[in-house]
Design a protein around this ligand. Structure first.
Ligand code: GFB
Length: 320
């Protein structure tokens, strides 16, 4: 990717998309194209076609999606499958028609079977039943992977997929009903501390394990992948016996109970922690095998404690 290449970041206001924009700007890429949701409704195929024909970017980071935590996924299954299928299908097809050279599609680690052997390698895809609480979302993301694969097979375009683990960081969603666990706990502990509340409720048993990667690391990995040479990309993603996706994670996980202790310590909350067994635990574990990503020359650099501390500082700057 040369520094003047036209790059479209779909979902630039979201946590991942905004981090990708920061990484691109820091690396000196000056020809970035973005559109807010009000300017371009990605669910509207005609609008997406017109936009892509007008802009004709050379590279696309597909970071736009309907996302949410376990409760949001479990509460709005139709929204999650419909909106994600429409967004990715519109963008991939219009990218082909607009001559986009490379497209990186962002999925999620929930595409893997609920009881896949841990850590999960890319070829675990479609080897078992999915976690029910987010199956609609996972099915949509799996369809996105297959969409990119099929467009490469039929048209030769270099459209490929990255599967990030649970991400956190600036611009995350902190709504207590629709967010993921890490931002939710940061906010719960913060509000308990400043309001002098002696107890914080944590969902589920605290026993599930999750892998967390700071979104700046995830964005750096996406930029690294997009800058691979054609030969490296073809070897990694477009071999008949290979896989068209790559896991993006740190290769370590923690129990939700351990995460709870860590966040309580970072915020400085010393009260009682209560586990709400009526809330779902979801997948017991979803640790990614990151050897493919490592073999492509990328390593994370932000540890969990450091990342949580930086995210809490950002939260305080934003919300006081
Ligand atoms: O982050 P989370 O909502 O999503 O939940 P998943 C992770 C674990 O944290 C679950 C527990 O076992 C939750 O029960 N948890 C504890 C909490 N307290 C809370 C809380 O206050 N809020 C939330 N949200 N969880 C998502 C998928 O699964 O992972 C998405 O639903 C996506 O589709 C995302 O794939 C990366 O990690 O279980």
């Amino acid at each position: 990717m040369n520094k003047q290449a036209k790059i479209y970041i779909a979902g630039h206001q979201g946590m991942v998309g905004s981090a990708i924009v920061r990484q691109l700007q820091a690396a000196g890429f000056s020809n970035l194209v973005v559109r807010t949701r009000a300017e371009l409704n990605l669910v509207d195929q005609a609008a997406v076609d017109a936009f892509m024909q007008q802009e004709r970017p050379a590279f696309v980071f597909l970071a736009a999606a309907r996302v949410g935590g376990i409760l949001a996924n479990n509460s709005y299954p139709a929204d999650f499958i419909y909106q994600n299928l429409m967004i990715q299908t519109n963008l991939v097809h219009s990218a082909l028609q607009a001559g986009v050279e490379r497209l990186l599609f962002l999925g999620s680690s929930c595409i893997y079977p609920k009881f896949a052997p841990q850590p999960m390698t890319e070829d675990a895809l479609l080897t078992g039943l999915l976690e029910p609480t987010n199956e609609p979302y996972a099915i949509a993301k799996i369809a996105g992977i297959k969409l990119c694969e099929a467009y490469h097979r039929q048209h030769g375009v270099r459209y490929f997929s990255a599967m990030p683990t649970n991400l956190y960081g600036p611009n995350d969603n902190f709504d207590l009903q629709s967010s993921h666990v890490l931002p939710a706990l940061l906010r719960k502990f913060h509000e308990a501390k400043i309001n002098g509340i002696g107890k914080v409720e944590v969902w589920g048993s605290g026993r599930p394990r999750r892998e967390f990667l700071h979104v700046d690391d995830a964005a750096a990995a996406c930029l690294h992948l997009m800058q691979l040479s054609d030969a490296e990309l073809d070897a990694a993603f477009f071999q008949p016996e290979g896989t068209s996706l790559v896991n993006v994670g740190c290769g370590e996980d923690v129990a939700i109970g351990e995460l709870t202790e860590l966040i309580g310590a970072v915020v400085g909350f010393a009260g009682e922690i209560v586990y709400d067994a009526d809330k779902p635990d979801g997948t017991p574990r979803k640790l990614l095998d990151v050897s493919k990503l490592r073999s492509l020359g990328w390593e994370p650099s932000i540890g969990l404690r450091e990342g949580v501390e930086a995210t809490y500082r950002w939260y305080l700057e934003q919300f006081g």
